[in-house]
Ligand binder design. Structure first.
Ligand code: NAG
Ligand code: NAG
Ligand code: NAG
Ligand code: NAG
Length: 242
């Protein structure tokens, strides 16, 4: 499998122009997620516990949308950490492909579109023009509970986010049976150094809480995520009926 045999692994990638800094770990025999799990590195002076809380906030967008046990439980939160280390929420987004019939509406794309709508809303708190909204992404951090597919990782790079933080790795998604395009985000970041805004990438954040969201769908013996149950007759995990 292409991803597992990849010899390089980064718990953090700091990318500026063509210069790639960071911590390279691992060998071809070390699974990526093992190396990435629980990164304890503070990038841009934001402590790991703050990062974890924002991944939790992304997860919470599922329940907020009335879908706490959603099958495709992919959720994102876009946060401004330049105003404060604690961060301010700008918007959230969850996978809406089925709901909207739009195959590109992964959680990250849904969040980017939601933020654009919020930033440019003439009656909203920002009231930005299109070009001001485009520029605003350079201050922002995208949190996602699972590593972005290459479409979304590319969108993150085109948006020019300052930071991109994910929970569950693509490798873990593949192990759990999710069909994936097997290009890790680290490759998209590395290959997109021509774009003007650098991004800092941190993976494996809060994966102890995000992995269970993706581990039950293709394994009927796997436990449901917290707060969800499998009906006696089997099938998908659902919210317990009240
Ligand atoms: C993010 O915070 C910075 C610093 O306070 C501010 O200038 C910028 O307008 C904020 N952006 C958004 C989208 O909230
Ligand atoms: C947009 O983000 C806001 C703020 O987090 C959230 O309340 C709302 O549900 C989101 N809308 C969509 C369509 O995801
Ligand atoms: C979104 O949902 C679709 C269909 O349920 C699924 O195939 C896809 O992997 C999901 N991905 C993301 C990142 O939201
Ligand atoms: C939003 O900004 C435009 C100028 O870009 C201005 O004309 C309009 O009054 C603003 N809307 C509100 C509600 O302040």
């Amino acid at each position: 499998m292409a991803i597992i045999s990849r010899p390089l692994l980064l718990s953090v990638l700091l990318l500026g122009g063509t210069e790639v800094l960071g911590h390279r770990h691992g060998t071809s025999s070390v699974p990526l997620h093992g190396t990435l799990a629980g990164p304890s590195i503070a990038i841009n002076s934001v402590p790991p516990t703050v990062r974890e809380n924002w991944v939790r906030r992304a997860n919470a967008a599922l329940a907020e949308a009335g879908e706490p046990c959603m099958f495709a439980a992919f959720a994102s939160a876009i946060v401004n950490h330049t105003a404060s280390t604690a961060g301010e929420l700008v918007c959230t987004g969850i996978n809406s492909t089925r709901q909207k019939g739009d195959p590109t509406l992964h959680g990250e794309i849904a969040a980017i579109q939601n933020c654009t709508a919020i930033l440019t809303d003439p009656t909203g708190p920002y009231n930005l023009t299109g070009s001001q909204a485009l520029a605003a992404f350079a201050d922002l951090t995208l949190y996602t509970n699972a590593e972005s597919c290459p479409m979304c990782a590319s969108a993150i790079r085109w948006a020019g986010f300052r930071e991109y933080i994910y929970g569950t790795s693509i490798e873990t998604l593949i192990e759990q049976g999710w069909g994936q395009i097997r290009i890790p985000s680290i490759d998209i970041v590395r290959e997109s150094a021509d774009l003007s805004n650098p991004v800092r990438l941190l993976g494996g954040v809060l994966s102890t809480e995000t992995d269970p969201l993706f581990s039950w769908q293709f394994d009927s013996s796997a436990p449901c995520p917290q707060g969800c149950v499998r009906p006696a007759e089997g099938g998908s995990c659902v919210a317990p009926s009240l």
